[in-house]
Design a protein around this ligand. Sequence first.
Ligand SMILES: [Zn+2]
Length: 396
Amino acid sequence: MKGAWSRQETRAAVLRYLWRSGGSFRPDVIAHVGLTDASISRIVADLKAEGLVDESRKRAPYRGGPSTFLTLSESQFVATIELSNNRLHAGVGSLKGEVLFSAQHELPDGTAAMDAESTAAAAITGMADWCLHHDIVLRQVAVSVPGYHPGQASNPIMALRRDFITRALEAALPEVPTTFANSIVTRALAHRLQIGVTRDERPYFYVFLGHGVGGAFVDESAGRDDVLPCEIGHMIMDRQGVPCRCGHSGCLEANVSTGAMAPLFGKAEQQMLAPRDSWRADVQLSPHAGAEIDLRLAQLGTAIGNALNLNRVRRVVVAGWPGAVQDRAGPAVLAGIDRSLFGGAAGVDLSFSAIELGREPASGIALATFAFVNRGGHVTPAPGRKRTRRLTPEML
Ligand SMILES: [Zn+2]
């Protein structure tokens, strides 16, 4: 037993496990969550009655024949507004992660606040209209914004204000709970969903390199899921360096983002951001480009080492373009870590993950599902039918 958990925490633990595992046999849920058979039956009965969990009979991979298989429901829906790679993505999906609606709007770096607001309002209206038309009631909306931190008055990366988005969502989708997160939290959650349930539950430092560069400390060892974002991308490496979109100069991001790396690989940035790393196939590197890429990777390592100097975590997952060039990225990043981490890189467990670019809005839908399951799947207040409304300018 996990000690004194509230009913909500227990519901959240069961839902979170089903989310991360993509579905599970009842004995595995019992073993993982650490509940008695009787209490899990009560919780599962509640979750089934509320339509949050589906149950089926399936042959288990171990002795004992067919058993009860539990998944999150495919008839409960969440939505997202995900800002990523110069675009705003709107999406609606099921708790199982199936994307049902997806729309994208251009939102280049440096877009003025008013233009960004009208893009966001149009995206929210389009999404709400779609829900209305398909008679879909949303349980949760998640908004994913680069550079966002709770309580921070201004965002140097994205001019879109949180209170504007909140008002637009409240007007179009009244009474649907909304959560905001930094893009790196969204990336880290999508990555974790992709790796599923593993035996290795040590905390790790997740670093993502795409159009933006960010990091998050992920700790699920305590049963509570913590994802703490940090702005490793805006760690200053050289104050005389190239200007960064945050307003400073010589940030790590300005040196190792896809925008900075694409010319070295002889590619356009959008090619490097396409799904499944197809850009890697016909890359021919000159010795000069190769040396420069190694230098940038070592800089990344130096920044990671410095981040680890502030934390006891020694497991590092690097996601994004370096995963496509692991042969050179592994030694170069470790060399950089070795130069900056107190005591050297010997105790660092470094791995790469290459397969998560271009997955919007699936990552934002994962963020919304995570927020929903973390509050135990509670619906307060219970949404009625036809709750979506057409958004008009007067509502904002
Ligand atoms: Zn910066």
